[in-house]
Design a protein around this ligand. Sequence first.
Ligand SMILES: [Zn+2]
Length: 369
Amino acid sequence: MANPMTPAQWRAALKAEGVPFTELDGWTARGRDAATGKIFGPVNGVLNHHTAGRDSLRAIAYDGQNGTLPPPLAHAYLPKSGRLVLVADGRANHAGLAALNSFNAILAEKAIPKPSKASGTVDGNDRLYGIETENLGDGNDTYTRAQYDTWVRFNAAICRHHGWTAGSAAGHLETSVEGKIDPRGPVEGYGKRGRFALTMKQLRADIDERLAHPASWSPAQSTPQQEVTLTGPSYINLGLTHGYQLAPGSWDEIGFTEEWSDELGQHSTSGEVFAVGPVRFTGTLSLRLEGLPVGDVVQVRMSEWEGSTQKALHPIHEVIGTEGGTYSVVPLLKRLPAGRSMRVRLLNLSAGGIEVASAVLTALIWKES
Ligand SMILES: [Zn+2]
């Protein structure tokens, strides 16, 4: 039998676990115990929810839900900032009816089966702590890093206080007999982990990892990626006014003589440079070659320059001669650092000269800063 935490125990447990929190006025006297004549506790677990809305503190603490469900709607509210708000320490309207089979699994800290109404029901509001985490629940809205970190700490603080494992932490979707889907949605990241989809399995794994350490522990963080600001995309579309001859055996930069569009103005007067760093671009080069014998090869690659010095050569794409003219589309996708410019070059590996009849470069370019 576990008695619900007292306000002093709440404060101590959250503080020890490193949970940033504030206390909403009156939270230690807020609960549905008196109104329902039912006492909160003994407690057997933590039920996790998403709010399915924004800025829900008012509704959770004061207004309730649609006039049908009186407040409080949870013990704690966790907004995107990651700073938890203690709302109530008494009975709260968050769980509704929990399927008995799921509830018993939480009690035993075992894998939670699909909730079955036929197994019977328990009033979850009598027995479970509830936390409402701010998220639209549309599958796109993202839990912030700070929010998820606090979420793990909050569950761990309660489990540690009661001597529970993460098996005592459940999601509303795991107990509900009314088809609740919360909590769900993408998480920005946690520790060294990047973006991932929230699952109760993962949340429990992260809670258990905390519980294996002292309460003061923090997960190792990956070095934060440097923020890159991208402007654009700008459009560039270049081509050839006339075809030109390509002699065998030596690399030759394509000089684009036709400029249909160049929104960034990076296409050089010589015609060869089409992008200047720092940029990121994606596009294609469409080629038509005449006179390339069937099976013979023309190689295509991007070359990176600093002024008039060639600094890097990018992988080769091979264009193979086909009957009745040779057509090929070469993908262009690169990140080009500051001070570098990009060109495209061709190498005719055939024995004789050929004609580059058409070369059309189409790309979207983002400026980096
Ligand atoms: Zn819920």
